[in-house]
Design a protein around this ligand. Structure first.
Ligand code: GAL
Length: 646
């Protein structure tokens, strides 16, 4: 019977076809959103330069998909192009690759370019890969269509290659049971304004914390390390803090600066958006604050618990007062709970009539809202442009400045320190003027998501903002996308691989970015916790010099970034980004990829030999005469501290 069948089918040589949209595309990676069958990534008909296609796959650069043909492929045909729903500046390049080689490439395609036809012979190809690059300019609204994509084959149908899931691995040594006074070691507050700072200390409890040299009016709780009160003594004073437990003692100096700028190091904490989206509520926020203390994150410097959009009531009171909605029954009590733990509470609003989530904004109620927040005890405001588009007269700089200056004045008029976080996605090069309109930090880009393309596009795209970062004024490349995220009630594990997560935290530390955790803190695993509690890495982020790293070298798929530190040393990130070279975007033999990445002391302007320390492993690697080179995993990093050797 079997022989007869084989004869009838010509020994399996019958030519068959399969459309790309008929395959299991679970392993197709997309830079943003979800791949769509027979639709664009936004769910519209696949449309390239006005031509509508019934069949195909809508994806988003950077996109990758690999399949096993086992030599049975004959032909791959498609019509590819930039979907009409893309951003006006969208560019991308389509690649068809076989066994490590480029078989066809589209050249850079722009929005409005007619679809290009692909017809590639697949004779004897084992592995076929489809790749869409970002065209070399990041992934903003790069909606890519593989329309009418069809594979002709004989024998067995192509099988998607599911990339092996990288197992997480922990590099940070366990937190010492001995007392450690961590970062930040500098804190600023207003003159004669409520003062609250929890000294970041880790170690086996109970720990007794004492300090000398306080400005008048402040007091320390020796059991918790919480300093509170208020002082009229403007200026800088250095307090000597001693932390003692059964295992030993640590002594460190902490600077308290009264009456100047706030946020002298990048804010560290949590924001509700990347996990809970609009489903945030009081209980979840309170739980986050409690976990900060219980898990030890507060001891590693995390202080801000920030509520994002979704807390506002549908209507103001008759007097125009802004209220919280039913999910936040008592905002004042919540702030008290958070303060009781020595932590700070942040809130969110928009200068427009509506927030991005459609809730009430502060338009024409700015002063009243600032007073409401001060009354509740709010310590941080994220002020998000959103519907202010309807109000702004045009896209000029004065119009960009206006709403932020207005709220600045209101915040100055209340008797409370409120960190001011501007959010307008980088419009008008906000890094050039965000400090002038009174911002302590400002978002430099659109929203981050948990894909490599998004995180790396944002993180490695921060070069031009670098000169503008300084104590009190920080570039904000958006919140962290590690752990369980989801932007809504349903959460899932981040899509970033463990190596990509090491890159994320290393890069954000080098960039002096705010470290705002975006995941559900109640579900953090050991790996996520270890990513967030390496004090040598945090020390790079919280370095009081406040420099932002600059790119030293960018060699196709490798980058080296350097941040100058207050003690005269340098932090270095050696990254293997792999993103520009399509051939290297895939592992053709199924093994994990890595590359040698290095730097010479000459390139860093250093003349003498240097001691090199691996910050994730917290281990000295030795003294090196003229430079350093090491293996870096795909999309991963080696984070170093380099200091002049004696
Ligand atoms: C976006 C903002 C996000 C989040 C969201 C809330 O504009 O970039 O970070 O705050 O609004 O609706």
């Amino acid at each position: 019977m079997f022989v007869v069948l084989l004869l009838l089918t010509g020994c399996g040589s019958e030519v068959k076809t399969i459309y790309l949209d008929e395959m299991d595309l679970a392993s197709m990676q997309t830079g943003w959103g979800q791949n769509q069958l027979n639709k664009s990534v936004d769910g519209n008909p696949l449309t390239i330069a006005g031509q509508v296609f019934e069949k195909g796959v809508g994806t988003h650069a950077i996109s990758k998909f690999m399949m096993d043909l086992n030599g049975h492929g004959k032909q791959f045909s498609a019509k590819v192009g930039v979907d009409d729903e893309s951003g006006d500046k969208a560019t991308m390049e389509f690649f068809v690759m076989g066994d490590g080689k480029i078989l066809w490439q589209s050249g850079i395609m722009k929005k409005g370019d007619p679809a290009k036809a692909v017809d590639v012979k697949l004779n004897r190809i084992q592995k076929l890969a489809l790749y869409v690059s970002d065209g070399g300019d990041n992934i903003n609204y790069d909606h890519a269509d593989w329309a009418e994509s069809i594979i002709t084959f004989t024998g067995d149908a192509p099988v998607p290659v599911i990339p092996a899931k990288q197992e997480s691995y922990i590099l940070t040594p366990p937190t010492s049971p001995e007392p450690r006074i961590n970062y930040p070691r500098i804190f600023a507050a207003g003159q004669s304004k409520p003062f609250l700072f929890r000294i970041p200390v880790t170690g086996e409890q109970p720990i007794k914390i004492s300090a000398t040299g306080f400005p008048e009016g402040l007091k320390l709780d020796e059991n918790t390390g919480i300093i509170s009160g208020e002082t009229a003594n403007a200026g800088t004073c250095k307090i000597e803090v001693t932390a003692t437990n059964q295992k030993g003692t640590d002594v460190k100096e902490i600077e308290i600066v009264i009456g100047g700028k706030l946020a002298l190091t990048p804010p560290m904490g949590w924001n509700s958006w990347n996990c809970w989206g609009l489903s945030v509520d009081q209980q979840k926020v309170k739980a986050a604050a409690e976990i900060f203390v219980k898990s030890g994150l507060a001891g590693h410097g995390c202080a801000y618990i920030n509520i994002d959009d979704g807390w506002e009531a549908a209507e103001r009171t008759k007097n125009g007062e802004l209220l919280a909605n039913e999910k936040f029954p008592d905002m004042k009590a919540l702030a008290d709970d958070v303060h009781h733990l020595g932590l700070k509470l942040g809130i969110y609003s928009s200068p427009g009539p509506k927030t991005c989530g459609g809730y009430l904004g502060s338009w024409e109620h700015e002063m009243q809202d600032a007073q409401t927040w001060a009354g509740w005890g709010i310590d941080y405001l994220k002020y998000d442009w959103c519907s202010y588009d309807e109000i702004a007269a045009d896209n000029s700089l004065p119009e960009y400045h206006k709403p932020y200056l207005k709220m600045r004045k209101c915040l100055d008029a209340i008797n409370r320190d409120i960190i001011y976080s501007l959010c307008q996605y980088g419009m008008g090069n906000v890094w050039e003027w965000g400090g002038e309109v009174g911002g302590n930090l400002w978002r430099t880009t659109g929203d981050i998501n948990d894909s490599w393309a998004s995180m790396s596009g944002i993180g490695f795209g921060q070069e031009q903002s670098s000169p503008f970062a300084k104590p009190g004024n920080w570039n904000d490349p958006d919140m962290l996308v590690i752990g369980k995220v989801g932007w809504g009630p349903d959460l899932r594990e981040t899509k970033l691989t463990p190596d990509e997560q090491y890159t994320h935290i290393s890069l954000w530390s080098l960039l002096s970015s705010p470290l705002l955790i975006g995941c559900d803190l109640t579900q953090m695993d050991e790996f996520t916790m270890n990513l967030l509690t390496n004090d040598e890495v945090i020390g790079i982020n919280q370095d009081p010099l406040g420099r932002q790293a600059v790119k030293i070298s960018d060699e196709a798929n490798k980058q080296v970034w350097m941040k100058k530190l207050s003690d005269g040393s340098m932090a270095l990130g050696l990254f293997f980004t792999g993103s520009n070279i399509p051939e290297e975007a895939f592992s053709w033999d199924g093994n994990p990829q890595s590359a040698k990445v290095g730097i010479t002391w000459n390139e860093l302007g250093l003349q003498v030999k240097q001691t090199v320390r691996d910050l994730w492993r917290q281990k000295d690697l030795g003294v090196f005469d003229s430079g350093f080179e090491t293996d870096v995993p795909y999309h991963g990093v080696v984070l170093l501290k380099v200091s002049g050797a004696k």
